[in-house]
Design a protein. Structure first.
Length: 404
């Protein structure tokens, strides 16, 4: 029951993360498009910097933006911040459930760095915190005065982190951590810079002082960074489902190129919303970058873990009384696809980067086998193989004889 409960907890946290992420990204994209599309060539009696009319859901909306702030503080001001905070918190919770609790399987690659899971988790947390501190200091330095130079510097940091993560963690965990590293910067921008600066402006309005426009300028810079980083983060968060992205020695280069695609795609929409035209060449550039990514994914052999000596929990599953029978069931029904060279037509890599060709690999993936082929009937697909009910029951008995 523990494994089933943990699986549902992971599902619930992942669902929450998707919901909050949609809320954050949706509001972010909306306000970026709104800001870029404002008509600023009108002398508005309200003193606002620009306005726009929109229609949605059967009604018309008249929106105005003040460059610094209105003359008086409105009584019903809505703050857009909890979308960001809840997305980061749910994302970190998911990182904990999947990669810290499941560190032996998903986080640590002994061939790269043979360390305990707790040390890997410590490196993970420290890297996220260090990333924000480094980024924030660069933004506040003279180097950050030039936005173009700052963006190039940030990209170099991201490339270095992409390489560094792949030298420590599994390919799957490396790309997820690069996404978490970037998302931490984005959410910290909201928590430490954007919202506090807005609160300073609000405080000035309440006491009758004229707000300093520098706070809005700083917040705008960080918001722009978030705008260009959003799509790469989404790609990296999805990457753990696709071994073609993370299961190659060039995965850090692939991740680096993804950030360039984020720039080209967002540039198209930013220019469109600014009414400066449709820059279709950006989609051509995106297609070229994506083609390079596809090409890189086919260059080298996949970085699957070698069949190593068993240890810890996996050793107990291998020592179970009915393990020989389990091996026969799994190899007969699963190894056609879950192999270094899958036998299923059109399949280039084993699903989810899971290989089940040897007893050691089967023991190492005991929980997944139990959940996918024992408790549920998700695997194997009906068109691939048919497992008899008594064989599924045998898989359940095997796992529960060890885990209870």
């Amino acid at each position: 029951m523990t494994a089933i409960l943990l699986d549902w907890i992971e599902f619930a946290v992942r669902w929450l993360h998707v919901i909050t992420g949609v809320a954050w990204i949706g509001s972010s994209f909306y306000f970026i498009a709104l800001d870029l599309g404002l008509h600023r060539d009108r002398n508005l009696a309200s003193g606002a910097d620009g306005e726009e009319w929109q229609v949605h859901g059967g009604g018309f909306y008249h929106i105005q933006k003040y460059l610094v702030a209105p003359a008086q503080m409105p009584s019903d001001l809505i703050w857009h911040k909890w979308q960001s905070y809840s997305t980061w918190m749910s994302g970190f919770a998911l990182l904990f459930v999947v990669y810290y609790l499941g560190g032996d399987l998903y986080l640590i690659d002994p061939a790269k760095l043979d360390i305990p899971v707790w040390q890997g988790a410590l490196i993970s947390v420290a890297s996220l915190a260090l990333g924000w501190v480094l980024y924030d200091r660069i933004c506040k330095s003279r180097f950050g005065d030039d936005n173009t130079r700052l963006m190039i510097g940030l990209y170099i940091i991201l490339v270095a982190m992409a390489w560094g993560y792949t030298e420590v963690f599994t390919g799957r965990a490396a790309l997820i951590h690069l996404g978490a590293f970037t998302a931490t910067i984005m959410s910290a921008n909201v928590f430490f810079i954007i919202i506090p600066n807005q609160k300073i402006v609000v405080a000035d309005l309440i006491v009758g002082r004229k707000p300093d426009p520098k706070y809005g300028k700083i917040a705008k810079q960080r918001s722009t960074h978030n705008n260009y980083l959003t799509l790469p983060v989404v790609f990296l968060m999805l990457s753990n489902h696709y071994p073609l992205a993370f299961g190659t020695e060039y995965n850090w280069i692939i991740a680096s190129l993804v950030f360039l695609m984020g720039v080209t795609i967002r540039h198209f929409f930013n220019e469109m919303h600014s009414r400066r035209g449709m820059l279709w060449w950006t989609w051509g550039a995106t297609a070229v970058i994506f083609a390079i990514i596809v090409w890189l994914s086919t260059l080298s052999s996949w970085s699957y873990q070698e069949d190593a000596a068993l240890g810890g929990v996996a050793e107990r599953y291998a020592a179970a009384e009915n393990f020989d029978l389990v091996v026969d069931i799994v190899t007969a029904n699963c190894s056609m696809c879950h192999a270094a060279e899958p036998g299923w037509p059109g399949m280039a890599t084993p699903p989810k980067d899971v290989m089940l060709e040897t007893p050691a690999q089967i023991a190492a993936h005991a929980k997944q086998i139990y959940m996918q082929a024992g408790v549920s009937h998700a695997m194997p697909p009906p068109v691939a193989a048919y497992i008899y009910p008594e064989d599924r029951a045998e898989l359940v008995r095997w796992f529960e004889s060890v885990s209870g």
